[in-house]
Design a binder for this molecule. Structure first.
Ligand code: 13P
Ligand code: SF4
Length: 304
């Protein structure tokens, strides 16, 4: 059945000049029909250069909006319209404008997991793989980092020469993990390296052998000569790594490391987008797009 759907997708995608982008948290099935799979930084860069006139984004809403911001002439479809990101919608633009008034000499650095509206008040965006590099490269000494307090804390530690103000937002999936979860899994697998996403709490990140984005974690594990790894991010990464490296062993940090939004997209959704019966075309107000895209372009310039 899924083989049938897969064949239909590949045929229609070629006929209709469509590029399918998939975030690394997508299922093995969805990744298998994608032209490109990557972390949110790599997807942003890819979105700019993909030659096709239509892009289907298999991920969450802010990722599809980022593609549309960078390629307004393209038709951009979010494969499952219900797929949002719990962190992206945590702060309204008005709240951040009020905070900016308190810290007028701070550059606003926004994690890319934010709404388009919120990006209009940011000076630059960052992703988990580019945040340290970009915060170091910024000419400003003072940084107001929104919305993820965990990523912000990690970046602050890596960039001690700058002053940071953090807000208390974050990813509920990653924040669920406690240090006790890590100690338990480490005790069960004493030879395993612990690889973690910086959206986890600082006391969890402190126990890691490697801290990085979804793609960073995958690259590290694939290239490492070690054989066992505990994966501290969404459990889809455990599945992908196990498929890519059958001679190694990958353990989930917790069975709770599941992002319900990222799990929504199915092969049937992708087919429905191609058949014109599903998905949601992303439409952005042009004035808002023009304001918001500046911080994404600056991210690509500084993070490249
Ligand atoms: P990456 O930047 O690693 O792709 O992470 C995005 C994300 O939503 C992680 O939860
Ligand atoms: Fe958003 Fe967290 Fe899901 Fe990533 S894992 S998409 S940050 S809710």
């Amino acid at each position: 059945m899924s083989q049938d759907i897969k064949e239909k997708i590949l045929k229609l995608k070629a006929e209709k000049d469509v590029c399918i982008l998939a975030h690394s948290y997508m299922s093995e099935e969805v990744c298998s029909v994608a032209d490109f799979v990557g972390d949110s930084y790599a997807l942003s860069v890819k979105a700019k250069t993909a030659p096709q006139s239509t892009v289907i984004m298999c991920g969450v809403r802010f990722m599809a909006e980022t593609v549309k911001m960078l390629s307004p002439q393209k038709k951009v479809i979010l494969s499952n319209p219900k797929a949002g990101c719990a962190m992206a919608e945590q702060f309204d633009r008005e709240v951040i404008e009020q905070v900016k008034k308190l810290y007028p000499d701070y550059a606003v650095v926004a994690y890319v997991n934010t709404t388009t509206e919120l990006k209009t008040v940011a000076d630059v965006c960052v992703t988990s793989s580019s945040a340290v590099k970009i915060c170091r490269a910024l000419p400003e000494k003072n940084i107001l980092f929104i919305p993820d307090i965990n990523l912000g804390t990690y970046v602050k530690e890596q960039v001690p020469e700058k002053n940071f103000k953090l807000l208390s937002g974050g990813c509920p999936t990653h924040a669920r993990i406690e240090q006790a979860d890590v100690l338990k899994v480490k005790a069960e697998h004493p030879n395993a390296l612990f690889l973690v996403h910086p959206e986890c709490r600082p006391e969890v990140v402190a126990l890691a052998d490697y801290v990085g984005s979804t793609s960073g974690i995958m690259d590290f594990a694939e290239k490492s000569d070690k054989k066992e790894f505990i994966i501290g991010t969404e459990n889809s990464i455990v599945e992908h790594l196990q498929a890519k490296c059958p001679d190694k062993k990958f353990y989930p940090l917790s069975e709770n490391l599941v992002c319900g939004n990222m799990r929504l997209t199915t092969l049937a959704d992708v087919l429905a987008c191609l058949e014109g019966t599903g998905g949601e075309e992303i439409v952005l107000d042009e004035k808002i797009r023009l304001k918001a895209v500046k911080c994404i372009e600056k991210m690509i310039e500084l993070g490249g």
